[in-house]
Design a protein around this ligand. Structure first.
Ligand SMILES: [Zn+2]
Length: 485
């Protein structure tokens, strides 16, 4: 009797196992035949508002109407309150977004003006997974010359356009290029990844006339502001500031800042139009959109102009708004995040693993004490824009150093290759005006550890001539127009 029962149970168990196996096999077949789950086919968009300070964005409380489209996006997505770049300028910041690595690991910075061949880029990873990938860049630092177009199926270097005059624009070139690709270029059998760099807010400033109504008291006010800004002269703001025969007049600096706001408005409008074009072809509920700024800009803050020589939050604190699955509409996320998080976030949205990188997906809430790292190699490239006699100016002397910084909780440390070290308490002094004198030893220890290893470009190069950048004529011309050469 007992034996029969056991036999009966064994038979029942056998039948059960077979049934499970049949179901599993059936599921496998079904999976093979059915289209992949939606989450792995999500379309992805990354828009970079180049050179836009966090505190000039309305979503972070700026009072001037610079960014109505970003406001609207924020209502549909999540605003990251504590986002920071990995450096203070375009090349290392974009290389971090495209690889998930900090600058000391990806190696693209002042001392080495390109991404090396090793790290798999976001576009390459997505392309390998079946994505159709397109990049549109108005910034020559984000191009095939710097290795940052690597992996894209389609890449438009918009800065190569001969005529960059806004008077002849019928449509913002980045918007036109994005629409063109979404309407005619994208292979609709594949999910897409679209990256756009919008350069409007990078100097020199020449905002479109449509700004006059919104950010100036009419055309006359705008023209007068432009004249005051142009008094800085052909040297450009950075060289006028450090190597000018006369100090830059406060009203010229103020004018630059007002024109800068108008340029942010222009970038915001372009970003909005690009997202309209995206939403017309891709379901917003399943599409992941990240809008970020890559670094800020100084207008006399901390005795500096432009975006060089500093890891202050005026440069390193950035704007970040995310919309799509995993990002609650209208939410504000408080944890510390970094531009290195862009890479794992977009890969996760595509159903892919990032592997071992410095970033984590933005959909995972970070711990409050997560260290956020930034660095700036010895400013070889920036100093190459000065004439030799200008380089002897004592105003430049203090800036001939590399910098690393780390933010841990409310604390921030900035260390220089000249053995300088300052600590700020961002909770009490968000403007980084007064270095802390009595930092608890344990905190200081933690901050020094977090500031980490010096980058390969930590020391002054032995021969500046040998490591000077080499670009083709067109790239050189574009970089010169932006004040880089
Ligand atoms: Zn930039």
């Amino acid at each position: 009797m007992r034996k029969e029962l056991l036999q009966g149970s064994a038979i029942a168990l056998g039948v059960g196992i077979v049934a499970v196996l049949v179901v599993v096999a059936g599921l496998r077949t079904w999976r093979a035949l059915a289209p992949p789950p939606r989450s792995t086919r999500a379309n992805l968009v990354l828009v970079v508002l180049d050179t836009v300070r966090r505190d000039h964005l309305q979503v972070y409380g700026y009072e001037r109407p610079t960014t109505p489209r970003l406001q609207a996006l924020a209502a549909q997505g999540t605003v990251f309150e504590e986002a920071r770049s990995t450096s203070c300028w375009t090349l290392p910041a974009h290389a971090s977004m495209f690889t998930g690595f900090l600058p000391f690991r990806h190696g693209a910075d002042q001392h080495h003006l390109a991404l090396s061949g090793d790290p798999a880029t976001l576009a390459r990873r997505l392309g390998d997974a079946g994505y159709d990938t397109a990049g549109i860049s108005a910034n020559p630092w984000v191009s095939y010359r710097t290795g940052l177009s690597r992996g894209f199926d389609h890449y438009r270097d918009l800065w190569r356009q001969r005529d960059r005059s806004r008077k002849t624009w019928t449509r913002h070139p980045s918007v036109a290029a994005a629409r063109d690709w979404l309407d005619h270029g994208w292979d609709r059998k594949r999910p897409f990844f679209l990256f756009v760099n919008l350069m409007d807010a990078h100097g020199p400033y020449r905002p479109p006339r449509s700004s006059a109504r919104v950010l100036f008291d009419g055309v006359g006010d705008m023209a007068g502001t432009f004249r005051r800004y142009r008094s800085i002269g052909r040297k450009g703001l950075v060289r006028a500031w450090f190597a000018g025969d006369e100090p830059v007049a406060p009203e010229a600096l103020q004018a630059a800042r007002r024109l800068y706001d108008a340029e942010i408005r222009s970038a915001d409008a372009a970003m909005g139009e690009i997202l309209d074009a995206v939403d017309a072809v891709s379901d917003p509920a399943t599409t992941t959109v990240l809008v970020v700024t890559d670094h800020g800009e100084n207008f006399g803050d901390h005795g500096l102009v432009g975006h060089a020589f500093s890891l202050h939050d005026t440069l390193v604190s950035v704007g970040l708004v995310a919309r799509g699955p995993g990002f609650a509409p209208g939410a504000r996320a408080n944890g510390p995040v970094s531009l290195v998080d862009v890479f794992p976030t977009l890969l996760a949205a595509a159903g892919l693993r990032a592997g071992v990188v410095d970033g984590v997906s933005l959909t995972v809430p970070p711990g409050e004490d997560r260290p956020i790292h930034a660095s700036y190699a010895w400013p070889e490239q920036v100093l190459s824009t000065f004439y030799p006699r200008e380089l002897e100016d004592p105003r430049l002397e203090v800036h001939k150093r590399a910098l690393t910084s780390a933010v841990v909780g409310p604390w921030k440390i900035v260390r220089g290759s000249d053995d300088s070290e300052v600590v700020y308490h961002l909770g009490e002094d968000p403007g980084e005006t007064t270095p802390c004198e009595d930092v608890p030893a344990q905190v200081l220890d933690q901050l020094r550890k977090a500031a980490g290893v010096p980058s390969p470009g930590h020391q002054e190069p032995r021969s500046r001539r040998r490591s000077a950048p080499r670009f083709d004529d067109e790239t050189s011309e574009a970089l010169r127009a932006l004040g880089y050469l």
